[in-house]
Ligand binder design. Sequence first.
Ligand code: HDE
Length: 702
Amino acid sequence: MSSPDDDKQEQREAFRAPDPAGGPLTTDQGVIVDHTDDSLSAGERGPTLMEDFHFREKLTRFDHERIPERVVHARGAGAYGYFEPYASCAEFTRAAFLQDPSVRTPVFVRFSTVQGPKGSADTVRDVRGFATKFYTSEGNYDLVGNNFPVFFIQDGIKFPDFVHAVKPEPHNDIPTGASAHDSLWDFVSLQPETLHAIMWLMSDRAIPRSYRMMQGFGVHTFRFVNAEGKGTFVKFHWKPKLGVHSLVWDEAQECQGRDPDFNRRDLWDAIEAGEYPEWELGVQLVPEEDELSFDFDLLDATKIIPEEQVPVRPIGRMVLNRNPENFFAETEQVAFHTANVVPGIDFTNDPLLQARNFSYLDTQLIRLGGPNFAQLPVNRPVAPVRTNQRDGYHQSTVHRGTNYFPNSLGGGCPAHAGGDPEAYRHYAERVDGHKIRRRSESFKDHHSQAALFWNSMADWEKQHIVEAFRFELGKVDARTVRARTVEELAKVDGGLAAAVARGVGVPEPSGHGAVHKLASPALSLDAESLRGDGSIRTRQIAVLVSDGVDAEQVTAVREALAAEGAIVEALADTDGTVTGADGEKYAVDRALPTVASVLYDAVLIPGGPVDTAPVAADPDVMRFVRDAYRHGKPVGALGSGVRVVAALEPEGLAVSTEFHRAVSDRGVVTDTSPGAASAEFIQAFVDAVGQHRHWNRPPVRG
Ligand code: HDE
């Protein structure tokens, strides 16, 4: 039996363009072209001729290369892979792709930012999209989620308002990719249902280190339906194997200039290197009988179900193992739709989800220029498609036979599945009520879960949140908006509101302490369950080398780190080589001026018998080490290299120069012994890198 994965592979082959090496250049009509560098003209210096069909076709095709970018989530990166369940989920859902651990279902995932246009920077403060298309044997299933478990609004009718507010201001189209401007905060301060998602947006979750190190959430409560027709509420969670890790704001901003493609490149490079990112799919299941047993409404997408209340059950894993061959054809043209569901997965009455079920199809019609986008290779199901839908722009299927039902001339085909158990049947939920335009009372608490998020944070996370609010509101010109936002924050937590108020120059609200007591420790990035396996696989480590470096030591350390899966690069003033202490040439991977500390996860300064004072004086080197330290990154130094780090002590950097012994202090790992790095040093440095960041450091100046 072939699996959907084999079928998708076969389909891909069928849609690949002919091999460019297989023959000469042709026109769109297949006519061979002899020359494409000069247009057809009347004489050498004469006008271009209308009859130059090759010229006209080439320019016309170029003029029409762009399609409208997505109105939101325009900036993205995608990859293919597969999903496999751990065991049958038949008890809860009949979905075929969740039954058999031996069946791999192919997937395409697109990660994205929301606010910025297609060409904006990756490391902006924003929600990240995490949209997965499962090409199942029963049709395509799209889980179109985000890296936050909650959304900014409760009812989809507010979406245009929210998006208008967060997008660049209409008069000057500023700012690109950022939420730090008046209209967003004006909206937020007047629409408190945004507050819970805003807390996430101000946290480090909004600046992920990597798409590979990001959680994903279905956000809405969906419904599983089993073969007996029994429904169970379900919330979807993706958890990355590498753990959840973030940047810091200062670093994220510098990355926007140093490498605007930071996240996109990271995903691409990891997959090219065979370091396939992996996520576990988990579900929170709530029996239908318990629908009303929470102190919030399950249909309200601004709420989470705390994991402590309903645990997340792992049900399968997803691996991304192939980069697209053509960005436009695949990542740009992929069309997700929340209403692409398969038997066994159904909706709830969440008004945000209901609106999305309208919006995604509608948006594809304009973006992809007509109704036939499901025929594009990236969107094409592996399940057979037989419909009476016909014609329209870009129809690429040659249909035969009748195009209506019922028919006798076509033998009654395609026939209704009738009682076929494989057919999709909507969950027979009982619904009755009056037509009203009113929000349910059960949706009215906007502050307690915003507080729950705040209460769940570690101290360093709280500090980052306060700094983020200060940055964002500090960019807001209207003081009234700053003050109104702080008043709203006071309903979340008095301490938070006061700290923000002090930073943005508005009066501190009085009389509010901690308002709500709820907490969910599982939300903190310090939570054990989000830390991954502690491995340092694919972490980028910079080794700063210069003439006189102990090349033998560097080689041994590199090998040890590479054996752990890290990616190590030697950086020096200029590209090419440096001359090691032994007189041998040592290869440099990159010149320091082309990179920066923000592009690496850790830095190591090796030793050498020569005096390292000249290296210490190099401003690029000092900035590199200072930035790494300020951003909480592991700093390692060996032998005389320790002096480089120690040179920053007057600025506040804490370093132990204890003699001839590996010392690890808040992620600064040093060993002044000359010669080969000790096993203790390597282990301590690997541990420090495995922790990702070290927040318990004193602040540095400079
Ligand atoms: Fe979307 N959203 N959205 N959204 N969304 C789009 O569809 C919309 C919402 C999400 O990589 C658009 O194809 C409405 C929540 C992702 O191609 C559009 C509402 C969540 C992506 C649209 C929401 C999302 C989109 C733009 C409120 C997380 C990118 C282009 C009712 C659970 C998919 C497109 C990709 C894209 C509408 C709210 C996630 C306009 C009306 C909540 C990941 O249809």
